[in-house]
Ligand binder design. Structure first.
Ligand code: CA2
Length: 149
């Protein structure tokens, strides 16, 4: 079975408790359930994690090499600040989809720059919890194309 790591960064554990107008009403647990159902339909296994610690995300990206075929990552605010996450993703060179619940381009200008995007195959943002399902569909396509190629 092909495994995809779904990595979530800082404050995403608070989903569903505040700012529903920006992030929707789903909790991270309900997003994990939706991802599990989507993964099953795509014949993928997921390893879904969240941390508020930048270095832990770096370690999980390293761990993905050898354990996962691809990465879906919502790095939260570290998206806009972390050269360390950029370097880790470049180092492991696994197919990666960057995901955001909100449309970051409709928001403050500091959210318009991403250190993740240059290391990612693609980016999905603005669809709430559905962004994760779309990201899984995207990475499934990339992995299938790589296998055929
Ligand atoms: O839209 C996204 O998914 C973000 O990655 C979410 C991050 C934000 O810093 C990025 O610019 C875009 C923030 C996640 C914080 O989530 C909260 C949820 C409920 C209450 C407070 C924060």
């Amino acid at each position: 079975m092909t495994t995809v790591f779904i990595l979530n960064g800082p404050n995403l554990n608070l989903l569903g408790t505040r700012e529903p107008e920006i992030y929707g009403v789903d909790t991270l647990a309900s997003i994990e359930k939706q991802c599990a159902a989507k993964a099953k339909a795509l014949n993928l296994e997921i390893d879904f994690r969240q941390t508020n610690i930048e270095g832990e995300l770096v370690n999980w990206i390293h761990e993905a090499r050898g354990k996962a075929a691809g990465i879906v990552i919502n790095a939260g605010a570290y998206t806009h600040t972390s050269v360390a996450l950029h370097d880790a993703l470049k180092a492991v060179a696994l197919p990666t989809v960057e995901v955001h619940l909100s449309n970051v381009y409709k928001r403050e200008s500091f959210r318009h720059h991403s250190y993740i995007s240059p290391a990612a195959h693609g980016v999905i943002c603005g669809f709430g919890a559905m962004s994760y399902e779309l990201a899984l569909e995207g990475i499934s396509n990339v992995l299938n194309a790589t296998r055929k190629g």
